[in-house]
Design a protein around this ligand. Structure first.
Ligand code: PMP
Length: 358
């Protein structure tokens, strides 16, 4: 019997090694005779894991010293509000690049807090393109530019975001640690952990300290409190941070972000090549340059073929490949934990399925 291959969009597959370490921590965290579920976040053992996670993240993502790293709760969704509150004042106008469902949500929340303008509107072409420098609104007087580097639902990835504006605020929830980051014109990056960084419950925020604005925010919302207390301002999601720590060690051990960047492209191109060579049988909505290396989306012309594909894929133990409920079709998520061998298996499956379609 095949073992199930988890290709879901998140929470995603966690490497066996990381799961084993999490189970060990569940039973006996760092030989403390206590479970990770019951240890205090003020214990030396946990403080060490927390501090090491920050160090590892800094090392792996090449974070400049002038930037802070904090671990908070609320998912990426809460940060759509907390980031404008911490990095802008009430008079500023914020710019938004909308390339899919997640950046649209970021924009909707931002609009409730500040004046906003849309600098690129992917809704016009049903979220199939990513902006390049020339496609951004000319009269951009926004103090910050918000974007989602990878749209998990629509399969749209912005490959060269550094070229499309200044003071970038980037939701990297679904491609963090799968590509190197050039921090030169970035103000803040944030990501929910449940794809490349472990399990849900913790959100990573990396930001330029010098760009923080003091708006007298309430305690939890104020990033300064989390920075001063090294993410231990209140009770943190201890278990999720322990899993984050194990994931970061796993990423480092396997060659770091350089390795995963290379793998990520290789895996995605393997799938897109199979799809492109059968393109008359498929709907491949996203323009080539904007295709995601994390989430490969496609559909069939006939609903019955899609239903048959999903049924046969399920029988072959490929898990979590239904497209998001808002758009349907197929979505194959190939985050860092999905190795090339697994992607080859799914590519072979797709290829033989397509051979059976007339
Ligand atoms: N942004 C992106 C790109 C996502 O993929 C997701 C979740 N899948 C979110 C934001 C929302 O994240 P959370 O559930 O952590 O709030």
């Amino acid at each position: 019997m095949n073992k199930l291959i988890h290709l879901g969009a998140g929470p995603s597959f966690i490497p066996d090694e990381v799961k084993k370490a999490a189970i060990k921590a569940m039973n006996n965290f760092n030989d403390s005779d206590l479970s990770v579920l019951e240890i205090t976040h003020r214990s030396k053992e946990f403080e060490r894991v927390n501090a090491e996670s920050e160090e590892l993240l800094r090392e792996l993502l090449g974070v400049p010293d002038s930037f802070f790293v904090i671990f908070v709760q609320g998912g990426a969704t809460l940060q759509n509000a907390s980031i404008p509150l911490n990095f802008s004042n009430e008079k500023e106008k914020l710019g938004y690049i909308i390339t899919g469902e997640w950046s649209k949500k970021t924009y909707t929340d931002g609009s409730k807090l500040r004046k906003t303008s849309i600098l690129f509107d992917g809704r016009e072409d049903k979220y199939t393109t990513a902006p390049v420098n020339e496609s951004i609104e000319e009269d951009n007087d926004s103090s910050l530019v918000f974007l989602t580097s990878n749209e998990t639902i629509n399969g749209v990835q912005i490959k060269e975001y550094n070229k499309i504006g200044e003071n970038l605020i980037i939701d990297m929830s679904s491609d963090v640690a799968s590509r190197k980051i050039n921090w030169s014109n970035i103000t803040c990056v944030y990501a929910g952990a449940q794809k490349n960084l472990g399990t849900s419950g913790v959100t990573v925020i990396v930001g330029d300290k010098s760009k923080l604005v003091d708006n007298g925010l309430t305690s939890y919302l104020n990033f300064q409190n989390h920075i001063e207390m090294s993410s231990l301002y209140n009770t943190p999601p201890v278990f999720s941070i322990v899993v984050l720590n194990e994931m970061l060690k796993w990423i480092k051990k396997n060659g770091g972000v350089d390795h995963f960047q290379e793998q990520s492209k290789k895996k995605a191109l393997l799938l897109y090549n199979v799809l492109d060579s059968n393109k008359e049988k498929l709907v491949l909505p996203v323009e080539k340059d904007a295709r995601s290396y994390s989430n490969v989306v496609f559909d069939f012309h006939e609903k019955e073929t899609l239903v048959r594909f999903l049924k046969e894929a399920g029988e072959a133990k490929f898990y979590g490949i239904n497209g998001h409920r808002s758009i349907g079709g197929v979505r194959i998520s190939i985050y860092n934990s999905i190795d090339l061998d697994k992607v080859k298996k799914v590519a072979d499956f797709i290829s033989s399925f397509l051979n059976s379609v007339s």
